[in-house]
Write a protein that binds this ligand. Sequence first.
Ligand code: NAD
Length: 488
Amino acid sequence: MATNWETTPIRPKLLINGELVEASDGKTFQVYNPATREVSSEVPEATVDDTNRAVAAAKAAFPAWSALGPAKRAVYLKKLAALIREHKDELARLDAITMGMPVSSHHFAESAATQFGYYAEAWPHIQGQASVNTPGHVTFTLRQPYGVVALIIPWNVPVHFLATKSAPALITGNTVVLKSSEKAPLAVARIAELVQEAGFPPGVFNIISGHGVPSGQVLSRHNDVRALSFTGSSRTGKLIQEEAARTNLKKVILELGGKSPAIVFDDADLDNAVKKTQFSIQYNSGQVCMANSRIYVHKSVAQGFVDAFKKHYTAVAKAGNPLERDTNQGPQADEVQYNQVMRYIDEGKKSGGELVLGGSGKLESTNGFFVEPTVFINTPEEAKIMKEEIFGPVVNINVFETEEEAVKKANDTEFGLYASVFTKDISRAMRVAKALESGYVGINTSSPSTAHDLPFGGYKGSGQGREGVLYSMNNFLEIKSVIMQIDE
Ligand code: NAD
């Protein structure tokens, strides 16, 4: 049954210097509901000028905001947390009608509110160190904000990334310009209204919408932006890194793509392994950086695993209108994503692997961009669909015979975001966890299972730097060493 908050209109604006404004040239772009292809809203496209004004506003606001002290800054974060929590159903709906995430799995407004709450309390950890190890001197370090910080976020979990990046940047005394993704700007634009309602001083928290070019590019190049945190594709991450290197060498934190492996040994609880790995690839229609898109199963249990995996996926996946409470598989975010996934499925069919489930982009009685849950087995390791990020509900299940072979195959990728191992042998679990080239390892669980107090980030091409409650504050703090002579 349709929910009653589904008709709230939104006319997004840019939040620059505390004011909600149109783009200076009046230009907008349209966003579509990927379940129906109907227009959801017209969104302002921030111009070069608008982006520069947002950075200038953040620069002007920085001295007072950084001098305020974290306890007073925390008051604004707490107000915003309460407003986000109050509007969580509306934010879920806005994500559903732009990038198709089912409202049933949208817990991100609640978790965003929790993040703002955490950082509002975590500020006593903003500390340096002191020592008397240098004779005749006291030495210490100071942790200080960078100044203007740019945050560029993707479309797949917009509210989450807004919170996990802006809360630590703000509590540590930086001022912010955040750019939403052109594919999912509505929930973020609603939060811009809530930022204004929370009463943040003008210029402290600016939020703009638009495409990578011009606004994202302007932020990457801007000499007044001193740190930039980005989550998105590896391709864009490299472009941002290049712009930073060409201009002011701003600090860059990158959370990029993945091609996560899961290894299932013959002694594993197969029922658990099936459920965890299936959920990992189904969640958010496979549009998750850490989704286990490659599963390696010991040859002796492979047939049983594949049969159970297909049966479970078919039984639990309920595709449909993301606004319906019982839908758990939405469409792909837009036509571009849909076409990309379908291209990879075609590649898979030609690669020598065997298609054992799905493989079609059609779903009865809908005009949306839905992709069937799709399973390939025995795909050659060098095939494109084994190497590149698909970002859809498409999984490859291959076999192995020895532990060494499994680890070698799992690590044979340019990515390294999340990996999992399923076994009841504790020594093997630890050996494999140690050997996996990955920023995160799940033992008897898989992504999106993560813990709030662990750092998150990638090995190899999956990024640089780590995010997480305490780690993210460090990302936005410079370290200054001070040496003071106390004896002649
Ligand atoms: P994307 O790189 O296309 O876009 C991300 C953001 O970058 C958007 O806001 C976009 O407008 C902006 N952008 C595009 N071109 C730019 C440019 N030249 N300069 C500056 N900004 C530019 O990524 P996406 O399609 O939105 O997101 C999907 C990708 O994100 C996947 O690869 C996924 O794995 C990755 N991701 C990673 C994590 C992680 O934590 N590691 C989490 C979620 C998503």
